[in-house]
Design a protein around this ligand. Structure first.
Ligand code: C2E
Ligand code: MG
Ligand code: MG
Ligand code: MG
Length: 282
C-alpha cells in the first residue's frame, strides 16, 4: 500500500513539475515576441506626500497581456525575462514609456513630477544602460532628479563591479536610487551603508499589520528613523487603510504608495486623475 502511495506521490509531483516546466517554456516563448506584438503596457501608481496627501509622482509597473496566456503577473514573467536576458530590451521599453509619459505630465500638470522605474539585476550587466538612460533624459530634456531607479538588494548581491560603477555614474548624474522591498532581504543594512541610495521603500509586508501588531509598527518606525537619519526619504509601500495612513503620519514617514491612494492604472487613466486635480487625494 505504501509503495503504491509513494508512486502516486511521485507521479503527482512529476506531473506538477512537467506542468510548471511547460508553462515556463510557453511564457519564455511568448515573451520573445511580446515587445514586437505590443503586448506590454506600463501602468502608473501614485506616490503620495504623506503630510499633504498629494501626488508627487508615480511608480511605473509593467503589465503583460499575452494573446495565448492572457494576463501574466510581473511576479511570474519578470524572473523569466531576467533569466533569459529579455529584461534588457523590456526594461528599456519601460524606461522609455515612463519618461515619455512623465515628461508630458511635468509640462502639463506637475513640474516636480517624479517617476520611479524598477531595474532588475540583469539590466546592470548591459554595458550601455547608463548611456541609454542619459540619452533618454536628454531627448526629453528631463532632469535626472525626476527619475528614481528602484533596485532590490538582489542587484547588489551579484557582486559585479559593473553594478557599482553604473550606480555611481547614475547617482552622479543626479538620478535617484531607491532601495525597494526594504527589510525582506538578508543584508539590506550593510548595503545601505555602501551605496548611494536616496530613498528607502519599506516593504508592504511590514505595513500590512502595523495597526494590529506592535512589533511590526516598531520595525516600521525604526526603519523610518534609520532611513531619515541617513538622509534618505522613506516611502511606505502597500498602504491600504486610513488607519495605516494615520500611523505612518504619526511616525513622520515621508511618502506612501498603496491602494488607499490608487491602484496602478494605465497612463491615460492616471492623467485623468492629474487633470481633474484629484492629485489632492481624499
Ligand atoms: P514592486 O516594485 O515592489 O512593486 C510594488 C507592487 O505592490 C506592485 O505589484 C503593486 O501593484 C503592488 N501594490 C501596490 N500597492 C499595493 C497595496 O496597497 N496592496 C497590495 N497588496 N499590493 C500593492 P506588481 O505590479 O504586481 O509588481 C510586482 C513586482 O514585479 C514589483 O514589485 C517589481 O519587483 C516587479 N516589476 C513590476 N514591473 C516591473 C518592471 O517594469 N521592471 C522590473 N524589473 N520589475 C518590475
Ligand atoms: Mg518597485
Ligand atoms: Mg516594493
Ligand atoms: Mg516587490
Amino acid at each position: 500500500h505504501s509503495k503504491e502511495q509513494g508512486r502516486n506521490t511521485y507521479n503527482f509531483y512529476t506531473q506538477k513539475m512537467n506542468e510548471d516546466v511547460a508553462r515556463r517554456l510557453l511564457i519564455e516563448e511568448q515573451l520573445r515576441a511580446a515587445l514586437e506584438k505590443n503586448e506590454f503596457q506600463v501602468y502608473f501608481q501614485p506616490v503620495v506626500d504623506l503630510k499633504r496627501r498629494e501626488v508627487i509622482g508615480a511608480e511605473a509597473l509593467l503589465r503583460w497581456n499575452n494573446d495565448v496566456l492572457g494576463p501574466v503577473a510581473p511576479d511570474e514573467f519578470i524572473p523569466i525575462a531576467e533569466q533569459t536576458g529579455l529584461i534588457v530590451a523590456i526594461g528599456r521599453y519601460v524606461l522609455e514609456q515612463a519618461v515619455t509619459v512623465a515628461a508630458g505630465w511635468r509640462n502639463e500638470f506637475l513640474p516636480s513630477f517624479r517617476v520611479a522605474v524598477n531595474i532588475s539585476p540583469r539590466q546592470f550587466r548591459d554595458v550601455s544602460l547608463v548611456t541609454f538612460i542619459r540619452e533618454l533624459l536628454e531627448r526629453f530634456d528631463f532632469p535626472a532628479s525626476g527619475v528614481e531607479l528602484e533596485i532590490t538588494e538582489g542587484v547588489l548581491m551579484t557582486g559585479h563591479a559593473m553594478v557599482d560603477v553604473a550606480l555611481l555614474d547614475l547617482s552622479n548624474m543626479g538620478v535617484g536610487i531607491s532601495m525597494d522591498d526594504f527589510g525582506t532581504g538578508y543584508s539590506s543594512l550593510s548595503y545601505l551603508r555602501s551605496y548611494p541610495f536616496d530613498t528607502l521603500k519599506v516593504d508592504k509586508s511590514f505595513i500590512n499589520d502595523i495597526t494590529l501588531d506592535q512589533a511590526d509598527l516598531q520595525l516600521v518606525s525604526a526603519a523610518i528613523a534609520m532611513g531619515q537619519g541617513l538622509g534618505l526619504k522613506v516611502i511606505a509601500e502597500g498602504v491600504e487603510t486610513e488607519e495605516q495612513y494615520q500611523l505612518l503620519l504619526e511616525q513622520q514617514c515621508d511618502y506612501a504608495q498603496g491602494y488607499l491612494f490608487g491602484r496602478p492604472v494605465p497612463a491615460d487613466e492616471f492623467e485623468k486623475m492629474l487633470m481633474t486635480g484629484s492629485k489632492q487625494l481624499h
